[in-house]
Design a protein around this ligand. Structure first.
Ligand code: GLU
Length: 423
Protein backbone atom coordinates (compact mmCIF):
# COMPACT_ATOMS: atom_id res chain seq x y z
CA UNK A 1 0.00 0.00 0.00
CA UNK A 2 1.38 3.43 -0.93
CA UNK A 3 0.71 5.61 2.04
CA UNK A 4 3.51 8.10 2.19
CA UNK A 5 6.24 9.07 -0.18
CA UNK A 6 8.31 10.43 2.70
CA UNK A 7 8.39 9.96 6.49
CA UNK A 8 5.98 12.15 8.38
CA UNK A 9 6.86 14.32 11.37
CA UNK A 10 4.16 14.72 13.96
CA UNK A 11 2.80 18.26 13.59
CA UNK A 12 0.25 19.86 15.84
CA UNK A 13 -0.26 23.08 13.86
CA UNK A 14 -3.45 22.36 11.89
CA UNK A 15 -2.38 24.34 8.85
CA UNK A 16 0.94 22.45 8.69
CA UNK A 17 -1.11 19.23 8.87
CA UNK A 18 -3.46 20.38 6.10
CA UNK A 19 -0.47 21.24 3.93
CA UNK A 20 1.16 17.88 4.69
CA UNK A 21 -2.01 16.08 3.60
CA UNK A 22 -2.15 18.19 0.45
CA UNK A 23 1.53 17.52 -0.32
CA UNK A 24 0.98 13.75 -0.13
CA UNK A 25 -1.80 14.01 -2.74
CA UNK A 26 0.10 16.52 -4.87
CA UNK A 27 3.11 14.16 -5.01
CA UNK A 28 0.97 11.18 -6.00
CA UNK A 29 -0.88 13.23 -8.62
CA UNK A 30 2.40 14.62 -9.87
CA UNK A 31 0.76 18.04 -9.74
CA UNK A 32 2.70 20.73 -11.58
CA UNK A 33 4.63 23.15 -9.37
CA UNK A 34 2.55 26.21 -10.31
CA UNK A 35 -0.76 24.57 -9.39
CA UNK A 36 0.79 23.20 -6.24
CA UNK A 37 1.93 26.67 -5.19
CA UNK A 38 -1.52 28.10 -5.87
CA UNK A 39 -3.48 25.45 -3.96
CA UNK A 40 -1.13 25.21 -1.00
CA UNK A 41 -2.10 28.63 0.41
CA UNK A 42 -5.40 30.46 0.96
CA UNK A 43 -6.59 32.87 -1.68
CA UNK A 44 -7.84 35.56 0.73
CA UNK A 45 -7.57 36.16 4.47
CA UNK A 46 -9.42 38.78 6.46
CA UNK A 47 -8.58 39.47 10.11
CA UNK A 48 -10.99 41.67 12.03
CA UNK A 49 -11.15 43.24 15.48
CA UNK A 50 -14.63 42.78 16.91
CA UNK A 51 -15.55 45.31 19.62
CA UNK A 52 -18.44 44.19 21.83
CA UNK A 53 -20.24 46.15 24.53
CA UNK A 54 -20.53 43.74 27.48
CA UNK A 55 -23.51 43.70 29.82
CA UNK A 56 -21.50 45.59 32.48
CA UNK A 57 -20.84 48.46 30.06
CA UNK A 58 -17.17 47.56 29.33
CA UNK A 59 -16.01 47.17 25.75
CA UNK A 60 -14.08 43.99 24.95
CA UNK A 61 -12.33 43.42 21.61
CA UNK A 62 -12.22 39.90 20.13
CA UNK A 63 -10.17 38.66 17.18
CA UNK A 64 -12.09 37.29 14.23
CA UNK A 65 -11.16 35.79 10.87
CA UNK A 66 -12.63 34.79 7.53
CA UNK A 67 -10.36 32.86 5.19
CA UNK A 68 -11.24 31.84 1.63
CA UNK A 69 -8.92 29.06 0.59
CA UNK A 70 -10.17 28.60 -2.94
CA UNK A 71 -12.98 29.88 -5.15
CA UNK A 72 -12.14 28.16 -8.46
CA UNK A 73 -15.20 25.87 -8.45
CA UNK A 74 -17.71 28.39 -7.07
CA UNK A 75 -18.40 30.69 -4.14
CA UNK A 76 -16.43 29.97 -0.99
CA UNK A 77 -18.33 27.89 1.59
CA UNK A 78 -17.69 27.01 5.19
CA UNK A 79 -18.70 27.45 8.79
CA UNK A 80 -17.99 29.91 11.57
CA UNK A 81 -16.41 28.66 14.78
CA UNK A 82 -16.48 30.36 18.19
CA UNK A 83 -13.74 28.82 20.31
CA UNK A 84 -10.77 29.91 22.45
CA UNK A 85 -8.44 27.85 20.20
CA UNK A 86 -9.38 29.82 17.05
CA UNK A 87 -6.33 31.38 15.40
CA UNK A 88 -5.32 32.11 11.84
CA UNK A 89 -3.67 28.72 11.23
CA UNK A 90 -6.69 26.75 12.46
CA UNK A 91 -8.99 28.79 10.20
CA UNK A 92 -6.58 28.37 7.26
CA UNK A 93 -6.60 24.60 7.73
CA UNK A 94 -10.37 24.42 8.10
CA UNK A 95 -10.84 26.54 4.96
CA UNK A 96 -8.54 24.26 2.95
CA UNK A 97 -10.41 21.18 4.18
CA UNK A 98 -13.68 22.83 3.02
CA UNK A 99 -12.25 23.20 -0.50
CA UNK A 100 -11.47 19.48 -0.71
CA UNK A 101 -14.76 18.49 0.96
CA UNK A 102 -16.90 20.44 -1.52
CA UNK A 103 -14.88 19.15 -4.46
CA UNK A 104 -15.02 15.55 -3.23
CA UNK A 105 -18.82 15.50 -3.04
CA UNK A 106 -18.91 17.53 -6.24
CA UNK A 107 -20.93 20.53 -5.15
CA UNK A 108 -20.14 23.86 -6.84
CA UNK A 109 -18.33 25.60 -4.00
CA UNK A 110 -14.84 26.58 -3.01
CA UNK A 111 -13.69 26.47 0.60
CA UNK A 112 -13.75 29.01 3.41
CA UNK A 113 -13.91 29.17 7.18
CA UNK A 114 -14.34 31.86 9.79
CA UNK A 115 -14.07 32.14 13.51
CA UNK A 116 -13.78 34.29 16.57
CA UNK A 117 -11.34 33.62 19.40
CA UNK A 118 -13.81 33.50 22.26
CA UNK A 119 -15.28 31.16 24.83
CA UNK A 120 -18.99 31.66 24.15
CA UNK A 121 -19.92 29.97 27.45
CA UNK A 122 -18.69 33.12 29.18
CA UNK A 123 -21.01 35.41 27.20
CA UNK A 124 -24.64 36.24 27.91
CA UNK A 125 -27.14 35.78 25.09
CA UNK A 126 -27.13 39.54 24.46
CA UNK A 127 -23.32 39.64 24.32
CA UNK A 128 -23.31 36.67 21.92
CA UNK A 129 -25.77 38.46 19.64
CA UNK A 130 -23.76 41.72 19.66
CA UNK A 131 -20.53 39.78 18.99
CA UNK A 132 -22.18 37.93 16.10
CA UNK A 133 -23.70 41.02 14.53
CA UNK A 134 -20.48 43.03 14.72
CA UNK A 135 -18.40 40.11 13.38
CA UNK A 136 -20.92 39.69 10.53
CA UNK A 137 -20.72 43.41 9.76
CA UNK A 138 -16.90 43.25 9.71
CA UNK A 139 -16.74 40.28 7.33
CA UNK A 140 -19.68 41.57 5.22
CA UNK A 141 -17.14 43.06 2.82
CA UNK A 142 -16.20 39.58 1.59
CA UNK A 143 -19.30 37.43 2.16
CA UNK A 144 -22.55 37.18 0.19
CA UNK A 145 -24.65 34.60 -1.70
CA UNK A 146 -22.47 34.75 -4.80
CA UNK A 147 -19.12 35.18 -2.98
CA UNK A 148 -18.84 33.32 0.30
CA UNK A 149 -21.59 31.65 2.32
CA UNK A 150 -21.02 30.98 6.05
CA UNK A 151 -22.71 28.23 8.08
CA UNK A 152 -22.63 26.83 11.62
CA UNK A 153 -19.57 25.14 13.07
CA UNK A 154 -18.43 24.50 16.62
CA UNK A 155 -20.40 26.65 19.13
CA UNK A 156 -22.48 28.40 16.48
CA UNK A 157 -26.05 27.39 15.72
CA UNK A 158 -29.18 28.30 13.70
CA UNK A 159 -29.87 31.33 15.93
CA UNK A 160 -26.37 32.69 15.25
CA UNK A 161 -26.98 32.16 11.51
CA UNK A 162 -30.29 34.06 11.77
CA UNK A 163 -28.46 37.04 13.35
CA UNK A 164 -25.87 36.96 10.56
CA UNK A 165 -28.58 36.82 7.87
CA UNK A 166 -30.47 39.65 9.57
CA UNK A 167 -27.36 41.84 9.90
CA UNK A 168 -26.40 41.44 6.24
CA UNK A 169 -30.04 42.01 5.19
CA UNK A 170 -30.35 45.20 7.29
CA UNK A 171 -27.22 46.58 5.60
CA UNK A 172 -28.55 45.74 2.14
CA UNK A 173 -32.05 47.04 2.88
CA UNK A 174 -33.83 43.80 1.96
CA UNK A 175 -33.86 40.14 3.04
CA UNK A 176 -30.94 38.14 1.64
CA UNK A 177 -31.72 34.56 2.59
CA UNK A 178 -28.94 32.67 0.75
CA UNK A 179 -26.22 34.76 2.44
CA UNK A 180 -25.76 32.07 5.09
CA UNK A 181 -26.91 28.45 5.58
CA UNK A 182 -27.89 26.49 8.65
CA UNK A 183 -30.64 29.01 9.41
CA UNK A 184 -33.76 28.09 11.39
CA UNK A 185 -36.54 26.72 9.19
CA UNK A 186 -38.77 29.77 9.62
CA UNK A 187 -36.06 32.18 8.44
CA UNK A 188 -35.33 30.29 5.25
CA UNK A 189 -33.46 27.23 6.50
CA UNK A 190 -33.71 23.80 4.96
CA UNK A 191 -35.47 20.72 6.24
CA UNK A 192 -32.91 18.23 7.49
CA UNK A 193 -30.00 20.67 7.89
CA UNK A 194 -29.59 20.24 11.66
CA UNK A 195 -29.10 16.47 11.48
CA UNK A 196 -27.42 16.54 8.04
CA UNK A 197 -23.84 15.90 9.21
CA UNK A 198 -24.90 13.04 11.49
CA UNK A 199 -27.21 11.55 8.89
CA UNK A 200 -24.40 11.67 6.31
CA UNK A 201 -22.06 9.93 8.75
CA UNK A 202 -24.55 7.17 9.51
CA UNK A 203 -25.14 6.59 5.83
CA UNK A 204 -21.36 6.28 5.35
CA UNK A 205 -21.03 3.88 8.28
CA UNK A 206 -23.73 1.71 6.72
CA UNK A 207 -21.86 1.68 3.38
CA UNK A 208 -18.55 0.99 5.12
CA UNK A 209 -20.06 -1.95 7.05
CA UNK A 210 -21.41 -3.39 3.80
CA UNK A 211 -18.06 -2.90 2.12
CA UNK A 212 -16.22 -4.64 4.96
CA UNK A 213 -18.92 -7.30 5.34
CA UNK A 214 -19.61 -6.23 8.92
CA UNK A 215 -23.08 -6.26 10.52
CA UNK A 216 -23.92 -2.67 11.48
CA UNK A 217 -26.82 -3.85 13.66
CA UNK A 218 -24.39 -6.03 15.63
CA UNK A 219 -21.70 -3.35 15.92
CA UNK A 220 -20.79 -1.30 18.97
CA UNK A 221 -20.13 2.40 18.50
CA UNK A 222 -18.07 4.94 20.50
CA UNK A 223 -18.69 8.63 19.84
CA UNK A 224 -16.44 11.46 21.03
CA UNK A 225 -18.46 14.69 21.26
CA UNK A 226 -22.12 15.22 22.05
CA UNK A 227 -22.86 18.49 20.26
CA UNK A 228 -24.90 18.88 17.08
CA UNK A 229 -22.93 16.20 15.25
CA UNK A 230 -22.03 13.67 17.98
CA UNK A 231 -25.33 14.03 19.85
CA UNK A 232 -27.49 13.62 16.77
CA UNK A 233 -25.38 10.71 15.51
CA UNK A 234 -25.75 8.94 18.87
CA UNK A 235 -29.51 9.49 18.82
CA UNK A 236 -29.96 8.36 15.20
CA UNK A 237 -27.92 5.22 15.85
CA UNK A 238 -29.81 4.48 19.06
CA UNK A 239 -33.15 4.96 17.27
CA UNK A 240 -32.15 2.42 14.63
CA UNK A 241 -31.13 -0.12 17.28
CA UNK A 242 -27.33 0.19 16.97
CA UNK A 243 -25.50 -0.13 20.29
CA UNK A 244 -23.74 3.09 21.34
CA UNK A 245 -21.39 2.05 24.15
CA UNK A 246 -19.66 5.38 24.90
CA UNK A 247 -20.23 9.09 24.39
CA UNK A 248 -18.52 12.20 25.76
CA UNK A 249 -18.68 15.98 26.01
CA UNK A 250 -15.82 18.41 26.73
CA UNK A 251 -15.74 17.38 30.40
CA UNK A 252 -15.47 13.62 29.84
CA UNK A 253 -17.48 10.58 28.85
CA UNK A 254 -19.68 7.66 29.79
CA UNK A 255 -19.15 3.98 28.98
CA UNK A 256 -21.40 0.94 29.25
CA UNK A 257 -20.41 -2.16 27.28
CA UNK A 258 -24.07 -3.23 27.14
CA UNK A 259 -25.09 0.00 25.40
CA UNK A 260 -26.13 3.44 26.66
CA UNK A 261 -29.66 4.82 26.89
CA UNK A 262 -29.00 7.88 24.68
CA UNK A 263 -32.38 9.62 25.19
CA UNK A 264 -31.93 9.30 28.98
CA UNK A 265 -28.43 10.87 28.73
CA UNK A 266 -29.84 13.67 26.56
CA UNK A 267 -32.51 14.36 29.19
CA UNK A 268 -29.93 14.27 31.99
CA UNK A 269 -27.68 16.65 30.06
CA UNK A 270 -30.54 19.06 29.33
CA UNK A 271 -31.31 19.21 33.07
CA UNK A 272 -27.77 19.44 34.46
CA UNK A 273 -25.80 20.98 31.58
CA UNK A 274 -23.35 18.04 31.49
CA UNK A 275 -23.33 14.25 31.26
CA UNK A 276 -20.89 13.97 34.18
CA UNK A 277 -22.52 12.22 37.14
CA UNK A 278 -25.01 10.18 35.12
CA UNK A 279 -25.27 6.98 37.14
CA UNK A 280 -26.06 4.20 34.63
CA UNK A 281 -22.53 4.17 33.15
CA UNK A 282 -18.86 4.23 34.03
CA UNK A 283 -17.02 7.56 33.73
CA UNK A 284 -14.15 7.73 31.21
CA UNK A 285 -11.87 10.54 30.06
CA UNK A 286 -11.93 11.71 26.45
CA UNK A 287 -8.51 10.11 25.93
CA UNK A 288 -9.61 6.74 27.39
CA UNK A 289 -12.78 6.79 25.30
CA UNK A 290 -10.81 6.68 22.03
CA UNK A 291 -9.13 3.43 23.06
CA UNK A 292 -12.23 1.54 24.23
CA UNK A 293 -13.05 -1.83 22.65
CA UNK A 294 -15.66 -1.22 19.90
CA UNK A 295 -16.28 -1.81 16.19
CA UNK A 296 -16.83 1.81 15.16
CA UNK A 297 -15.24 4.97 16.55
CA UNK A 298 -16.68 8.36 15.61
CA UNK A 299 -14.55 11.34 16.68
CA UNK A 300 -17.03 14.25 16.53
CA UNK A 301 -15.29 16.89 18.61
CA UNK A 302 -11.99 18.75 18.28
CA UNK A 303 -9.05 18.18 15.95
CA UNK A 304 -5.76 16.36 16.74
CA UNK A 305 -7.35 13.61 18.86
CA UNK A 306 -5.74 10.58 17.19
CA UNK A 307 -2.01 11.13 17.17
CA UNK A 308 1.22 9.13 16.90
CA UNK A 309 0.95 8.69 20.68
CA UNK A 310 -2.39 6.83 20.86
CA UNK A 311 -3.05 5.57 17.29
CA UNK A 312 -1.62 2.10 17.93
CA UNK A 313 -4.02 1.59 20.84
CA UNK A 314 -7.20 2.31 18.86
CA UNK A 315 -9.32 -0.84 18.61
CA UNK A 316 -12.21 0.16 16.34
CA UNK A 317 -12.23 -1.42 12.88
CA UNK A 318 -13.97 1.63 11.35
CA UNK A 319 -13.07 5.20 12.24
CA UNK A 320 -15.72 7.60 10.96
CA UNK A 321 -14.31 11.10 11.18
CA UNK A 322 -17.15 13.51 11.89
CA UNK A 323 -14.86 16.19 13.35
CA UNK A 324 -12.56 18.22 11.13
CA UNK A 325 -8.93 17.13 11.39
CA UNK A 326 -9.22 14.58 14.24
CA UNK A 327 -6.27 12.49 12.99
CA UNK A 328 -2.69 13.67 12.40
CA UNK A 329 -0.81 12.41 9.32
CA UNK A 330 1.62 10.50 11.57
CA UNK A 331 -1.33 8.71 13.18
CA UNK A 332 -2.82 8.05 9.75
CA UNK A 333 0.22 6.00 8.78
CA UNK A 334 -0.15 3.88 11.94
CA UNK A 335 -3.89 3.37 11.38
CA UNK A 336 -3.27 2.29 7.78
CA UNK A 337 -0.53 -0.08 8.87
CA UNK A 338 -2.87 -1.66 11.43
CA UNK A 339 -5.66 -2.14 8.90
CA UNK A 340 -8.24 0.31 10.27
CA UNK A 341 -10.81 1.57 7.78
CA UNK A 342 -10.91 5.37 7.99
CA UNK A 343 -13.77 7.44 6.59
CA UNK A 344 -11.77 10.68 6.27
CA UNK A 345 -13.20 13.95 7.57
CA UNK A 346 -13.60 15.56 4.14
CA UNK A 347 -16.04 12.73 3.34
CA UNK A 348 -17.20 11.84 6.85
CA UNK A 349 -18.68 15.21 7.77
CA UNK A 350 -19.67 16.35 4.27
CA UNK A 351 -23.37 15.77 4.97
CA UNK A 352 -23.58 19.21 6.56
CA UNK A 353 -22.26 21.16 3.61
CA UNK A 354 -24.26 19.04 1.15
CA UNK A 355 -27.51 20.11 2.82
CA UNK A 356 -26.09 23.65 3.08
CA UNK A 357 -25.83 23.51 -0.70
CA UNK A 358 -29.52 22.50 -0.88
CA UNK A 359 -30.40 25.36 1.48
CA UNK A 360 -28.51 27.86 -0.68
CA UNK A 361 -30.22 26.57 -3.84
CA UNK A 362 -33.64 26.74 -2.15
CA UNK A 363 -32.93 30.29 -0.95
CA UNK A 364 -31.84 31.44 -4.43
CA UNK A 365 -34.90 29.87 -6.05
CA UNK A 366 -37.33 30.81 -3.26
CA UNK A 367 -38.65 27.27 -3.58
CA UNK A 368 -38.45 24.88 -0.64
CA UNK A 369 -38.10 21.11 -0.59
CA UNK A 370 -39.64 18.42 1.61
CA UNK A 371 -37.50 16.60 4.17
CA UNK A 372 -37.84 13.47 2.06
CA UNK A 373 -36.28 15.22 -0.97
CA UNK A 374 -33.45 16.58 1.16
CA UNK A 375 -32.60 13.21 2.74
CA UNK A 376 -32.87 11.32 -0.54
CA UNK A 377 -30.54 13.75 -2.35
CA UNK A 378 -28.10 13.86 0.57
CA UNK A 379 -27.84 10.07 0.63
CA UNK A 380 -27.46 9.84 -3.15
CA UNK A 381 -24.55 12.33 -3.19
CA UNK A 382 -22.70 10.97 -0.17
CA UNK A 383 -23.06 7.30 -1.18
CA UNK A 384 -21.67 8.12 -4.62
CA UNK A 385 -18.72 9.95 -3.06
CA UNK A 386 -18.04 6.97 -0.76
CA UNK A 387 -17.88 4.54 -3.67
CA UNK A 388 -15.79 6.96 -5.75
CA UNK A 389 -13.24 7.06 -2.92
CA UNK A 390 -13.28 3.27 -2.39
CA UNK A 391 -12.68 2.76 -6.11
CA UNK A 392 -9.64 5.05 -6.10
CA UNK A 393 -8.35 3.50 -2.85
CA UNK A 394 -8.56 0.02 -4.38
CA UNK A 395 -7.22 0.86 -7.83
CA UNK A 396 -4.29 2.94 -6.53
CA UNK A 397 -3.65 0.87 -3.37
CA UNK A 398 -4.02 3.90 -1.15
CA UNK A 399 -5.84 4.32 2.09
CA UNK A 400 -9.14 6.18 2.17
CA UNK A 401 -7.86 9.64 3.12
CA UNK A 402 -5.27 9.69 0.38
CA UNK A 403 -7.83 8.40 -2.12
CA UNK A 404 -10.27 11.14 -1.11
CA UNK A 405 -7.54 13.76 -1.49
CA UNK A 406 -6.53 12.40 -4.90
CA UNK A 407 -10.09 12.86 -6.16
CA UNK A 408 -10.71 16.23 -4.57
CA UNK A 409 -7.36 17.85 -5.33
CA UNK A 410 -7.50 16.63 -8.95
CA UNK A 411 -10.92 18.24 -9.41
CA UNK A 412 -9.86 21.59 -7.98
CA UNK A 413 -6.56 21.51 -9.88
CA UNK A 414 -8.33 20.75 -13.18
CA UNK A 415 -10.65 23.73 -12.74
CA UNK A 416 -7.85 26.06 -11.64
CA UNK A 417 -5.60 24.99 -14.52
CA UNK A 418 -8.32 25.26 -17.19
CA UNK A 419 -9.36 28.69 -15.91
CA UNK A 420 -5.69 29.71 -16.02
CA UNK A 421 -3.79 32.42 -14.18
CA UNK A 422 -4.93 36.02 -14.50
CA UNK A 423 -3.56 38.14 -16.15
N1 GLU B 1 -19.08 23.60 9.48
C1 GLU B 1 -19.49 22.51 8.66
C2 GLU B 1 -18.28 21.81 8.08
O1 GLU B 1 -17.22 21.87 8.63
C3 GLU B 1 -20.52 22.92 7.60
C4 GLU B 1 -20.07 23.92 6.60
C5 GLU B 1 -21.17 24.43 5.67
O2 GLU B 1 -22.27 23.92 5.73
O3 GLU B 1 -20.88 25.36 4.93
O4 GLU B 1 -18.37 21.10 7.10
Amino acid sequence: MTILSHPIDEQSNPFAIAQQQFDIAADLLDLNMGTRRRLRVPRRELKVAVPVRLDNGDIEVYEGYRVQHNVARGPAKGGIRYHPDVDIDLIRALSMWMTWKCALVNIPFGGAKGGVTVDPERLSLGELERLTRRYAAEISIIIGPEKDIPAPDMNTNPQVMAWIMDTISIHRGYTVRPTVTGKPLHVGGSEGRTEATSRGMICLLREACRHLEMRMDKSSVVIQGFGNVGGNAARLLYDTGVKVVAVSDVRGGLYNADGLDIPAIQRYQAQTGTMAGYSEAEGVTNAELLELPCDILVPAALGNQITRENAARIKARIIGEAANGPTTPAADAILAENGHFVIPDILGNAGGVIVSYFEWVQGLQEYFWSEHEVVENLERIIIKAFHDVVKVAESRHNHMRTAAYLLAVRRVADTAETRGVYP
